[in-house]
Every structure is written in structure tokens, then in C-alpha cells.
Design a binder for this molecule. Structure first.
Ligand SMILES: [Zn+2]
Length: 384
């Protein structure tokens, strides 16, 4: 692990007057700045933003957006648009500075989040991939990084496969997030999740563990380049009133408590050596675990990807399993169509050229729901 981003709920902790920098002893030198992970939920409405003193990771706030507790009236979804989020990230990059990555508007796959959205796991994966593509299309200069979601190794590898099919080579990315793992701390499961990804990419991947904290890092630290968690603050809440004289009401907002927690995390991250981690990955590989990767039927790479609508269409068409629920997929497509194709010329709205596809019989896929359903059912040439 190269960096750990301390989850910070108070934006001024990133700035030059951060209480995290206060000397450890009266009259001592200021302490080193700490890399912070900050949620857009805490930043978006601020008139002024701190100028960061250390690397910053921007969390898109998916858990707040999609959490069932936040929306009692039916299914949850993102309340901001991709354009809004991109405008925000641009501001964070310019004003806060040191932003090394910003998460996409992804969909975690924990059961309670899926229950809240009412969507299948595969839709969560596809939407996470699609969001990365879309945000990068809106502004290729911002450090939006891909996030692999999935509640199992198979799902994670399927998600990784979706990125690859859409032209994102995860082995070339400076950072690849791994989500939906923060409840797996200290279990063999978290080891397997990261070992599987390392095995799949031959070790050639720079992973960020979302929400991975002490117990998890003790086991997998050499398998990630970075991690983040706000658990220190949560732990502080249960620790009660501040005992450090920091002026904070609770340890949850105490910079001394936060730094101690951060240092414990860094220590935990030294507990497994690189050689031990390689042995873990080798053991995983030797167990012969083979992921049931998504077997994409029908649509291979077209000649190019001329429009975002086209990319979205391809995302959808390549993610379909044989037993896809066509109504779910068609509904998803409708929503994307409405959002994207309003911007496209009329002739593009009617047909999308898929180029040569293995079947030979499907030359065009008209992207309306009826044709898409027919295509999903395998009724041959769905268009025309
Ligand atoms: Zn304290």
C-alpha cells in the first residue's frame, strides 16, 4: 500500500489550517498532512473549499445517495446528474487541488443497497461501468477512476470484463477501485476477493480498497496501492467525549484521535509482506478457482464508437446473460435512450450499426424496446 486516505467529514481538515497539522507537543513542529478521502456530500454546498496539503480522493457519496434510510418513499437512485457531478469534480480539482481520483457515480452491490434500488446485481455492475464511461466522456481530463463492484468474485470479474469490453484497460489505470468489500474485513473473503483480481490481472493492477480498514489491511495491504475508510470517525463516535483537549465535543471530530487511528492503519498495513501476499495469490490460483465469466454472445467490437449513445447501447448489449430479464433490460435502455438520444440526429436514433457480428444474421440493432426484446430473445435479425 502506498497511500491511505483518512475519511474526513470536515472539509477544513484538508486545508492549511487543518487541526490535523497541529504540533503533537506545545512548541513542536507542525505534523505531516494526511491524505484525505472526502465525500461530495460534504463539499458540494460549500462556498469556499480548502486548499489541500496532501493527496485527496473524492468519494461520490453513493452510500448516502443509495442508502435505503435516506429515501423512505420507494426505490433510491442518484439525485444528481452526471453533468452536475462533473461540474463539482472540476471545481474540486481546481480549488482543492491534489485530487488524485474521483469515484464514478457507481452502484455498490451490498444486498441492502440492491434492495433499496430494486435493481439486479448485473444492473448495478453495468451502471457502474456506464457511469465511468459517461463521466469520462463528459470530461476526459478529470481523474474519474473505474470502480469494480460485485458481491462475489464472479461478479467482480464480470464487472472487470465489462470495462475491458468497453475499451478501458484496467491494467493501464493508475487506480482501480474495488467496492462492496467494506463489510468483509478480517475474513478470508476479503483476501479471496483481492487475490482473485490479482490472479486475473497477473498482479498488474493498481487497486484501491474502498472502506478497507485495519483488520482487512492486515491481510491484504500488499494487494492494494491505496485504501480509505471513515471508520476512525465512526469509532470515535462510540469512544465518547474527547479526552485530548482538542476542543472537539466527541472523538468522532477529534484530530488527535483521527491521527492515532490513521497511524494504527498504517501499522496494520505492514503486517503482511509482499512475499506473503504473493504466496496468498499463488494459493488462490492453485485452488483452481475459475470464475464463470460472462459469456458475451452476439455482439463483438464494432468499427468504432461514434457517440455516447452508441457506447451505452453496446454496454447494454454486451452485458446480457442468456437469461436476462428483458423487461429490466429494455427499461434500462429506455432510460438511457431518453437521456442520450435526444442529443443525436434522427437517423442515429433509429439504428445503430454494430458492424460484423459473429452470428452473421444480426446486422443492425434498432434500439427501441421492441426490437431489443426480440434481439434478447434471439429472434434473429432484430432490426429492419
Ligand atoms: Zn480527542
Amino acid at each position: 500500500m502506498e497511500l491511505y486516505f483518512l475519511g474526513a467529514s470536515m472539509p477544513h481538515w484538508a486545508g492549511p489550517n487543518s487541526p490535523l497539522l497541529a504540533p503533537a507537543h506545545p512548541g513542536g513542529p507542525p505534523q505531516q498532512p494526511i491524505p484525505l478521502c472526502m465525500s461530495r456530500v460534504r463539499l458540494a454546498h460549500r462556498k469556499t473549499l480548502p486548499r489541500a496539503q496532501a493527496p485527496v480522493l473524492i468519494d461520490s457519496g453513493g452510500f448516502s445517495e443509495l442508502d435505503p434510510d435516506e429515501d423512505q418513499d420507494g426505490y433510491t437512485t442518484w439525485s444528481i446528474t452526471p453533468r452536475q457531478y462533473i461540474a463539482e469534480v472540476r471545481r474540486y480539482v481546481q480549488e482543492i487541488g491534489h485530487v488524485v481520483g474521483a469515484a464514478p457515480m457507481d452502484y455498490m452491490t451490498e444486498p441492502h443497497i440492491r434492495a433499496a434500488t430494486g435493481l439486479t446485481e448485473i444492473e448495478h455492475l453495468a451502471r457502474s461501468v456506464t457511469s465511468t464511461l459517461e463521466l469520462r466522456w463528459l470530461d476526459p481530463d478529470l481523474p474519474i477512476f473505474p470502480v469494480i463492484q460485485g458481491n462475489s468474485i464472479d461478479a467482480q470479474l464480470r464487472c472487470a470484463d465489462m470495462y475491458e469490453k468497453h475499451g478501458i484497460d484496467l491494467t493501464k489505470e493508475p487506480l482501480v477501485g474495488v467496492g462492496s468489500v467494506c463489510r468483509l474485513q478480517s475474513t478470508v473473503k476479503i483476501v479471496d476477493r483481492f487475490a482473485a483480481l490479482h490472479h486475473h490481472f497477473g498482479g498488474n493492477i493498481r487497486l484501491h480498497g474502498f472502506g478497507v480498514k485495519k483488520l482487512g489491511l492486515k491481510l491484504i495491504a500488499p494487494g492494494v496501492v491505496s485504501g480509505d475508510s471513515a471508520a476512525g470517525s465512526r469509532r470515535g463516535r462510540s469512544a465518547g467525549p474527547c479526552t485530548h483537549g482538542s476542543g472537539a465535543v466527541s472523538e468522532a471530530n477529534c484530530p488527535v484521535f483521527a491521527r492515532q487511528w490513521y497511524e494504527q492503519v498504517l501499522h496494520a498495513a505492514t503486517q503482511t509482506t509482499a512475499a506473503q501476499w504473493e504466496a496468498v495469490v499463488a494459493q488462490y490460483a492453485a485452488r483452481g478457482t475459475t470464475a464463470a465469466l460472462f459469456d458475451v454472445a452476439g455482439v463483438e467490437h464494432g468499427p468504432n464508437m461514434p457517440t455516447p449513445g452508441w457506447r451505452i447501447a453496446r454496454t447494454l448489449s454486451t452485458m446480457l446473460p442468456a437469461d436476462a430479464d428483458v423487461d429490466v433490460v429494455a427499461g434500462l435502455l429506455d432510460r438511457f435512450q431518453a437521456a442520450y438520444w435526444a442529443q443525436e440526429p434522427v437517423d442515429r436514433r433509429r439504428e445503430v450499426h454494430l458492424g460484423d457480428v459473429p452470428h452473421g444474421e444480426v446486422r443492425h440493432l434498432r434500439l427501441d424496446s421492441a426490437a431489443f426484446r426480440a434481439y434478447v430473445r434471439g429472434d434473429g435479425a432484430a432490426a429492419s
